[in-house]
Design a protein around this ligand. Structure first.
Ligand code: B4P
Length: 190
């Protein structure tokens, strides 16, 4: 299964991907986690990304594509993958299509998690108080939601045009949302 998870910040992409990887037996590739690992390791890329992420803006497409090409060169992606956090704009969507076509691993399904803004804001405020992530401050969250509306929402149409989109209600207990995703991708019958 080659799956892309779409949705606004706080919609549950990372939360669901962590669980889906165990159900599907494929790696979870989170561009947010890859970037945070670079920041934590203090690499040149991490130093560049740190301030951009803290402001809630998108890190440059070139950096993201380089990171993704590296990740997809590892053999574990041959069995499939769950991609979480990418693509975040139409240029990234086109770059992803080209990369996956080159390695013969096209996306099977893109799952969009729909969650109202007030729920997103509540969830991210909850994470801010628990984890203190630099980009979960109220100001950065407002900006991330705007970036999502402006740059990322059109990516949904990109996958819809390819007939690969599944849009789901992302509100509810984590296990309820997981069950909806598994059912929608036909992975609940194993
Ligand atoms: P991400 O790490 O992708 O952050 P995110 O959008 O907040 O999603 P995440 O997956 O972490 O959160 P989730 O909704 O699961 O990106 C962070 C930053 O990295 C970006 O702003 C950008 O700067 C940079 N970046 C990443 N990818 C990039 C790209 N492709 N291009 C450019 N820049 C990029 O969870 C949020 C909270 O909700 C959690 O506390 C969770 O516990 C809670 N939650 C989840 N599901 C719930 C449920 N059903 N009920 C209640 N709470 C729930």
């Amino acid at each position: 299964m080659r799956l892309v998870l779409l949705g606004a910040p706080g919609s549950g992409k990372g939360t669901q991907a962590t669980r889906l990887k165990d159900h599907l037996g494929v790696p979870h590739i989170s561009t947010g986690d890859l970037l945070r690992a670079e920041v934590a390791a203090g690499t040149a890329l991490g130093v560049q990304a740190k301030e951009v992420m803290a402001r809630g803006e998108l890190v440059s497409d070139a950096i993201l594509l380089g990171m993704l090409e590296d990740r997809f060169s590892r053999p574990d992606t041959a069995q499939g993958f769950i991609l979480d956090g990418y693509p975040r704009n139409l240029a990234q969507a086109d770059a992803l299509d080209a990369l996956l076509e080159r390695i013969g691993q096209p996306v099977d399904r893109a799952v969009q998690l729909d969650v109202p803004t007030e729920v997103l804001v509540d969830r991210l405020a909850g994470r801010a108080s628990l984890e203190g992530r630099a980009d979960d401050t109220p100001e950065a969250v407002r900006h991330r939601l705007k970036v999502y509306e402006d740059a990322t929402a059109p990516v949904v149409d990109h996958f819809e045009g390819q007939g690969k989109l599944v849009a789901l209600d992302g509100v509810g207990e984590v296990d309820e949302v997981l069950a909806r995703i598994l059912s929608a991708i036909g992975a609940d019958r194993a």
